[in-house]
Design a binder for this molecule. Sequence first.
Ligand code: GLU
Ligand code: MG
Length: 433
Amino acid sequence: MSAQLTVACTSDFSGLVRGKAFNSDDLDKKITAGIGWTPTNVQITCFDTISESPYGALGDLVLRPDMDTLVKSDLPDGTQMSFLLGDILELDGQPWECCTRGILRAAIADLERASDLELRVSFEHEFMLPGGRGTRGFTLDGFLERQVFGEALFRALAGAGIQPDGFFREFGPDQMEITVPPQPALRAADEAVMLREITRATAASMGDRATFSPLWSPDVVGNGVHIHVSLWRKDGSPVTWSESGQDGLSEVASSFVAGMLAHMPAAVALTAPSVLSFQRLVPHRWSAAFNNLGAQDREAGVRICPVTAQDKATRARQFNVEFRAADATASPYLALAALVAAGTLGIRDRLVAPAASSEDLSLLSASDLAKRGIQRLPTDLGSALDAFLADEALSSTFPTRMPDIYVAHKRGEIAHVSGMSEEQCFAAYAATY
Ligand code: GLU
Ligand code: MG
């Protein structure tokens, strides 16, 4: 008798995907009843240490898988990976305070309350497949080395309903990039969770190891996650672009972007939340080191992306901005929740985005930066966590106890890494993400 197993999963504070498997024949039953989950699991760090937990050994929760996220991906070694993502609920069915997917759902609902608008989002991922033969960035040769992998990956992603629109040999050593079309916010975050798992599984089934760690070594370019967002009315019409707006931003998009910028020093605690993340968020790594808006600047915290269409209707549909201070150590749900919450605050507070900068901000003095309202992003995880707790406007958009629990989780991660040499730290993150 052969049994097929499916895993009900959550993407948790560590940004890892954890879950429990069940017989695939029981899928309908599990969708209705869910599977048992333990509150303190949320304090298991990416290194499998357990941070301080308010729950201790107490409590029970239900992880209820969502049928819309069913993945059945065929892998190159002939196996199939089958999993679903879900929401963690209290036993009475209420959303649980530390469920990352529930937190994103709430942030999306709040944006809708504030503006009646919806987001379309796309997560662009960079990752490395170490052990290549030293091909060069963007080369055909570099692509050909990974063509078999790329085609296997596209087939596996089809099993998740994901149809990527690009795959190429990025600039860093052994670095690849994969891009997907925009989706409604929750689906985009679901896809980001799935894509990382499917990419790692595809590589593993070919005897390779894919890593999304934000930095592979101190000397090379990092693996970023660039989060593209645009705003839409419920009738499907785009509202991010305005011909007469500063840098092409409509009034509401300007406010949303201004909110993302204002709260970015705090938001990075959720969007780039590892000890290594902050070695990527430095000038001249083509990541993001400041909370600035840039037009054609690949070092901007938020970049206005170029549009190729000449006619206005298509321009309006293509126009989007890209948040660059994120990486794959973040749960996509929390990263996007932070951006949505920050943007919503911008709309509620009627903020106006500054004109886009197009210069090397690392050359400006602290006082010149301050005059222009630009801040250097936190330079280590501890400072980012402090900034998150200090930004009450942002942190209070999360469930009441969540910010403190999250910060305790991350402080446990910092404590674990603090005993490591630099080399051990890079290796530990590369092996985990
Ligand atoms: N690898 C860079 C990063 O860490 C991004 C390079 C690019 O613009 O695609 O974000
Ligand atoms: Mg790139």
